[in-house]
Design a protein around this ligand. Structure first.
Ligand SMILES: Nc1ncnc2c1ncn2[C@@H]1O[C@H](COP(=O)(O)OP(=O)(O)OP(=O)(O)O)[C@@H](O)[C@H]1O
Length: 232
């Protein structure tokens, strides 16, 4: 399974996105600050924006899904239960997973942003597409919900998962790291080799690196384990 972006170029006002990238099975992080082009790239990879130059190549990807940064953009129905059914999913199961049991008849747009994000992510993970593109999956979530979202990402047993995020506190284990810099997507390679090259790495990772610690992956748990290693 593969999705490859060949010499993509797209202009948006004064901003120009350029990307060469290849994502195979596993979890990939596309990191970068606000306004650096992550959502634009996610839209292109989902086939929802057409680049002015370059092309997309897919191999073995039968289904794909983009979870948008703003969950209200997904809403098409007047109740939470109808919304879940519009995804072809069972409301009771999804509402339980999203910790929204009993909210079947609520208007989705009256849920809090975080509640609606939980609902959207529960639907996206339940669909289990070959290619899952997650644009800022942790935004609006509290810490406990971020941790559960990380677990759901790590529990995907197959397929390609690409996370586009500026999150710098709660992250899942990933296979590769890329980052947006000056409108260009730069690959830092596979983890753990990519970690010291990651310019916008979270402070806890940077701290570990200054101590000479080399975590196996990017989560706080990995850093803690690496620190325990050097301290015996
Ligand atoms: N439709 C558009 N028209 C004009 N400019 C746009 C459009 N879409 C995006 N941009 C600009 O392109 C740049 C990249 O935006 P994008 O939303 O891709 O960044 P991002 O990294 O996803 O940001 P965030 O972290 O806030 O989600 C920004 O400067 C934005 O203003």
């Amino acid at each position: 399974m593969l999705i490859r972006a060949d010499d993509l170029e797209l202009r948006r006002g004064s901003f120009t996105l350029r990307a060469n990238a290849s994502f195979t099975e596993g979890v990939h992080l596309v990191s970068g600050p606000v306004g650096s082009g992550k959502s634009t790239l996610a839209l292109i990879l989902a086939g929802l924006e057409k680049p002015e130059r370059g092309g997309l190549h897919r191999e073995g990807v039968a289904s794909s899904l983009l979870s948008l940064q703003f969950p209200e953009y997904h809403v098409t129905c007047g109740t939470v239960a109808a919304e879940v059914r519009s995804w072809g999913l069972d409301p009771a199961e999804i509402l339980s997973r999203a910790r929204l049991s009993g909210r079947d008849d609520d208007d989705p747009l009256r849920l809090s942003r975080g509640e609606l994000k939980r609902l959207n992510l529960a639907c996206a993970f339940a669909k289990n597409p070959d290619l899952l593109l997650l644009d800022e999956p942790f935004s609006s979530l509290d810490c406990a919900a971020k941790v559960r979202a990380c677990r759901a990402i790590e529990e995907r047993r197959s397929g390609i998962t690409v996370i586009f995020s500026h999150e710098r506190s709660v992250l899942p284990r990933v296979r590769t790291i890329s980052e947006m810099a000056g409108g260009r997507l730069v690959s830092r390679g596979e983890v753990p080799g990519a970690i010291p090259l990651w310019q916008s790495a979270p402070p806890y990772l940077r701290y570990a690196l200054t101590l000479g610690v080399r975590p196996a992956n990017i989560t706080l748990t990995d850093v803690r384990e690496a620190l325990c290693g050097i301290r015996g």
